[in-house]
Design a protein around this ligand. Structure first.
Ligand code: PBG
Length: 340
């Protein structure tokens, strides 16, 4: 015998005093009307992996749906991105191991993969913004973002090289230089180097608060540094226990000339985005990194979550947190679902 459910008669009108939060949620039109934030294609930056060769597309196993592209294929994808209304792409090279050395000298080669891609994309798709990452890790034999002496990553020597790398990319047509290396003073050095070269219109998007994170794992597979990286990056990337320190990092990058700031990784650091936006009112970007992408894809492939809905919800969360835009590997997948 099952018991009859009992419905005690509460005086709900007295309890609520007429305040019912669900009223605004009862219909789709009303939910749309009161929605506080929007996600549009204008919020998206698409990170693209490059590889040498012609007509090459290589899947990245730890990032289902993501491929390394040879320059000709990157041009094809940049054309598609522009047609979808995606404002900008960010380029990351897989450098042939034979071209890597302790100082990352290939980063200064005006004909390196990134520079060739910049020129080809600029020529074919002039309407899309090109962002180039500044850091030595794709080019160094040890996988660190700067140069080393023993086991120490040298700051000032690295900054000198990074500024030259930035100049090399800007001369190849990069619109935005995005230093991701976390050396002290690199934004100022890059700004001065670009200005002296007459490239004062080139923007700087500083990876201002970048944490030493486990979520970069699949990216390191994609650019081929996971096996070569010696040690970790905790002497230059930030400690995940800190957030006041993130504000100091951001403040310095702004003072040094950053036009836009970025917080990275994304979803575990939404609190930092909110604090940064509230404190500085700068154009503020989030990087939904490779591990975040991989987690959603993995759960989707196991049938554990609705991947498309999780993708959209995760990106919307960045907007709610105060981000003006998001670097995301989902860009080409989400753009067709969004309003221009
Ligand atoms: C290189 C760089 C990294 C990422 C962007 N630029 C990796 C790292 O710092 O080791 C990570 C991006 C991602 O995980 O999607 N300095």
């Amino acid at each position: 015998m099952t018991a009859e459910p009992r419905f005690p008669k509460y005086d709900m009108d007295a309890i609520l005093g007429g305040r019912r939060m669900r009223r605004n949620r009862r219909a789709d039109w009303s939910r749309r009307l009161v929605r506080e934030t929007v996600l549009t294609v204008d919020d998206l930056i698409w990170p693209i992996f490059l590889v040498d060769g012609d007509h090459v597309r290589q899947g990245v196993p730890s990032m289902p749906g993501v491929e390394r592209l040879s320059v000709d294929q990157a041009v094809v994808e940049a054309e598609k991105a522009a047609a979808l209304g995606i404002p900008a792409i960010a380029l990351f090279p897989f450098t042939e191991p034979s071209l890597r050395d302790p100082t990352g000298s290939e980063s200064l080669n005006p004909d390196n993969l990134v520079c060739r891609a910049c020129r080809a994309i600029k020529a074919a798709v002039p309407e899309i913004g090109i962002i180039c990452d500044v850091a030595l890790d794709p080019y160094t034999s040890h996988g660190h973002d700067g140069v080393m002496e023993g086991s120490t990553i040298l700051n000032d020597e690295s900054v000198a090289l990074l500024a030259q790398q930035a100049l090399n990319q800007a001369e190849a047509g990069a619109d935005i230089i995005a230093p991701s290396d976390m050396m002290d003073g690199r934004v100022a050095a890059i700004r001065e180097t670009l200005d002296i070269a007459g490239l004062s219109d080139v923007q700087i998007m500083a990876y201002a608060a970048k944490y030493a994170s486990a979520f970069y794992g699949p990216f390191r597979d994609a650019i081929g540094t996971s096996k070569t990286l010696t040690g970790d990056k905790r002497t230059y990337q930030m400690d995940f226990g800190n957030s006041d320190e993130a504000l100091r990092e951001i403040e310095l990058d702004i003072a040094e000339g950053a036009d836009m700031i970025m917080v990275k990784p994304g979803m575990p650091y939404l609190d930092i985005i909110r604090r940064a936006k509230d404190a500085f009112a700068m154009p503020t970007f989030a990087y939904q990194v490779s591990g975040e992408y991989a987690m959603i894809r993995a759960a989707e492939r196991n049938g554990w979550i609705d991947g498309e809905r999780a993708m959209v919800e995760s990106l919307w969360a960045f907007k709610r947190a105060g981000a003006d835009g998001i670097l995301t590997y989902f860009a080409p997948f989400v753009a067709p679902l969004l309003k221009r």
